[in-house]
Design a binder for this molecule. Structure first.
Ligand code: GLU
Length: 304
């Protein structure tokens, strides 16, 4: 039997010594204030045993990790109709690029790049009565933790500086792939990204994705089919133009965020989350990727 606690402790001790920590995201000014030395990892296995090391219970900005959760909620509501408005192919482009969207007539390549996440946000704004609160409640229910909240300072910070997201939303609107006002959709999107969660809470929220749709409290949130589809999108699109590298190095479906978090899962076995705020050139957590590469290498467990 694998001693996950020993493995996690060894890996964080090892990685904490690294001098190459990447750089903290500064294009959202509020994120620039985060301490680059933070490093946390939390793992929950299918028997609900938990293992932690480092700053695993400290909250941080989940940013793009939230895109998987909005997708889950929208997919649950709309079913396969969602794929009429957003594709399922990797983009091979950075998360905020606009050129493909122009070439492909306003249908984003996938729901995990910004353009695709904005379409999903638009769907939720149309479907939900109180979109921001209802989405927050969905995340709280998935996680089984009602203390989870928005970090309004981060949302406001991006609201003031997220010019590329405004451009993307207007381009979607020009192609008729955004039903609601650009500012309403962006307000929702900036808030979903600004949810603050710890590694521990993220593993709880993503538990259904490794457990055929059932959360920690055994409630069904997604069908087995939906879980399969979302996990496949995470594997092929969860790391922007570094999705291939993550599959190659780590071998798990997962999703990163520019707050430095990464969630990954081994279906039927475990869900793991890491936090290290320094990013590599592709916008993914530098140490987070290294930690997860070591985890799957040392344990010999991956989807491959
Ligand atoms: N809110 C960020 C943005 O739209 C999310 C990016 C990310 O985490 O990759 O730019």
């Amino acid at each position: 039997m694998i001693d996950y606690q020993k493995v996690l402790s060894e890996i964080t001790t090892d990685c904490a010594l690294s001098v190459q920590k990447g750089v903290v995201a500064t294009y959202i000014p509020e994120l620039a204030n985060v301490d680059i030395d933070k490093l946390g990892i939390h793992l929950i296995d299918s028997d609900k045993n938990t293992y932690s090391s480092g700053d695993a219970t400290e909250t941080f900005s989940v940013q793009s990790i939230s895109k998987v959760l909005t997708l889950a909620q929208a997919f649950g509501m709309l079913g396969a109709d969602i794929w009429k408005r957003v594709g399922v192919e990797p983009s091979g482009d950075p998360f905020n690029h606009l050129s493909l969207l122009e070439q492909e007539n306003g249908i984003p390549r996938n729901p995990l790049i910004n353009a695709g996440a904005l379409v999903v946000a638009d769907i939720l704004v149309s479907q939900l009565k109180n979109p921001k609160q209802d989405f927050l409640n969905f995340v709280r229910t998935l996680t089984g933790d009602h203390t989870i909240n928005f970090d309004h300072a981060v949302a406001n910070s991006e609201e003031r500086t997220g010019f590329r997201n405004y451009a993307t939303a207007y381009l979607l609107k020009s192609f008729g792939n955004l039903e609601n006002d650009v500012t309403t959709v962006l307000d929702f999107y900036f808030h979903q990204c600004a949810i603050a969660m710890s590694c521990k809470q993220l593993t709880q929220a993503f538990y259904p994705f490794m457990n055929q749709g059932k959360c920690l409290q055994n409630r069904t949130h997604l069908t087995q089919q939906q879980t399969k589809r979302i996990n496949s999108i995470m594997l092929t699109c969860g790391f922007y133009d570094e999705a291939g590298e993550f599959a190659f190095e780590v071998g798990l479906p997962g999703k990163s965020g520019v707050g430095g978090g990464i969630v990954a899962l081994l279906p039927g076995k475990y869900c793991v989350a890491t936090w290290a705020p320094g990013l590599n050139a592709k916008g993914n957590s530098k140490l987070g990727m290294e930690v997860l590469e070591k985890l799957t290498t040392k344990t010999g467990q991956s989807i491959f």
